[in-house]
Design a protein around this ligand. Structure first.
Ligand code: PMP
Ligand code: GLU
Length: 406
């Protein structure tokens, strides 16, 4: 629950804190963990976290780092050889000509993004956020006193905005844009042609900086990963965000990074130097071995995710009233559940995505996240980062629960 100011509090909480929403993904996973601990047979499809373990060669690198006494403060932006390895990775996998000076390593991609937001936004500046969006973008912009400008993309356009929509949203106050490809929560992936068309618009507005969040780069089911920064006309206007949480199953290790114009990288280093310093030294050493590996190492995991996506889509298609797109990356599906609005079962009346999420939690014992937290109240998000058996059981429970609504 959000803390509230009331007369019992000695200290008045800040407007900044009170104006902020709690992360819906983390709130739902906390709730399902608590219900599980109280003995309820909950299946959680709420958190975007791979169920795989971190590969052994990365764990071995971390153990070696401890034995070799990599236990001190590191440079704020990360060890030099890590930043060089990340620059090499960007060149090798993404054809992005970043150098060490363009790289800042942070405590998760989350911190990478807030560093950039805090570096560029002044009060009243606008940030364009295509919806559906990942939960934290809007709150980060609000904390920086910026104004989120939401540009909605419907399921009929595969949840991707068009160049015309982008251009219509740009004003003299536009400072930033944030989006992810592959996208959390929709799994949509912008093609090279679609990014090229967005780049053409972006290049017309040199005062606009774009954060392209590519943390699901390796989890995609067809074609190559395409980065916005590959187009030379916008290279100096793009910050490419990535990290090791998803592809390398390292969510708890806390490491994200940016490739950015040098002045933005320096700004992020300055902010991070005051707030957290560098991320964990041992994680940094382990990450060198992750980012230096060819992405083919991940083929087995990606195939498992693709099989799960196919299974979940097959099972969802058997449920009347749901509409889905075909997610081409990440590990989420974001079905439209609006055909159930106005229906009820017992004390549950469903009029929006949050009520549907609560209904599925209490009736099906399956935790999902309501789409309102992602900027689309017609949808709910399932994470399929769990085994096929669990997914099959979860979807059969959901099917039964939805059939009870009338
Ligand atoms: N961006 C997106 C789109 C995400 O889904 C997440 C979730 N973890 C993050 C950034 C943050 O990742 P990290 O664990 O590296 O902070
Ligand atoms: N990014 C993941 C998700 O969307 C992890 C939770 C979070 O960091 O918000 O579920």
């Amino acid at each position: 629950m959000l803390p509230k100011n009331d007369s019992q509090n000695m200290i008045q909480l800040s407007d900044r804190l009170l104006g902020m929403e709690e992360s819906a993904t983390l709130a739902m996973s906390k709730k399902s963990r608590e219900l599980k601990q109280s003995g309820k047979d909950i299946i959680s499809l709420s958190l975007g976290e791979p169920d795989f373990f971190t590969p052994d060669f990365i764990k071995a690198a971390a153990k070696k780092a401890i034995d070799e006494n990599y236990t001190k403060y590191t440079p704020v932006s990360g060890y030099d050889d890590l930043r060089e390895a990340i620059a090499d990775k960007f060149n090798r996998d993404n054809r992005l000509p970043y150098k060490k000076e363009n790289i800042v390593v942070s405590t998760g991609a989350k911190q990478s993004i807030i560093n950039v937001v805090m570096s560029v936004m002044n009060a009243g500046d606008e940030c364009i956020i295509p919806a559906p969006y990942w939960v934290s973008y809007v709150e980060m912009v609000k904390v920086a006193e910026g104004v989120p400008v939401i540009v909605s993309a419907s399921i009929d356009q595969d949840f991707k905005i068009t160049p015309a929509q982008l251009e219509a949203a740009i004003t003299p106050k536009s400072k930033l844009m944030i989006f992810s490809t592959p996208c959390n929560p929709t799994g949509s992936v912008y093609t090279k042609e679609e990014l090229a068309a967005l780049a053409k618009i972006i290049a017309k507005y040199p005062q606009l900086l774009v954060i392209c969040d590519e943390i699901y780069e390796h989890i995609r089911f067809e074609g190559n990963h395409e980065s916005l920064a590959q187009f030379p006309e916008v290279f100096e206007q793009v910050v490419t965000v990535n990290g090791v949480s998803k592809a390398w199953a390292m969510t708890g290790w806390r490491l994200g990074y940016i490739g950015a114009p040098k002045y933005i990288a320096e700004a992020c280093e300055k902010i991070q130097g005051q707030f957290t310093s560098a991320t964990c030294s041992i994680t940094q050493r382990a990450t060198i071995s992750a980012v230096s590996s060819k992405p083919e190492v991940l083929n087995e995991m990606v195939t498992a995710f693709k099989n799960r996506r196919d299974l979940v889509l097959d099972l969802l298609n058997e449920i009347p009233g749901l509409k889905t797109n075909l997610p081409k990356g990440a590990f989420y599906v974001f079905p439209d559940i609006s055909s159930f609005f106005g229906k009820s079962h017992g004390e549950h009346v469903i009029n929006n995505s949050g009520e549907m999420a609560m209904y599925l939690l209490s009736e099906a014992l399956v935790a999902v996240v309501g789409g309102d937290a992602f900027g689309d109240n017609n949808c709910i998000r399932f994470s399929y980062a769990t085994s096929e058996d669990i997914l099959t059981e979860a979807l059969s429970r959901i099917k039964l629960a939805l059939a009870k609504l009338n």
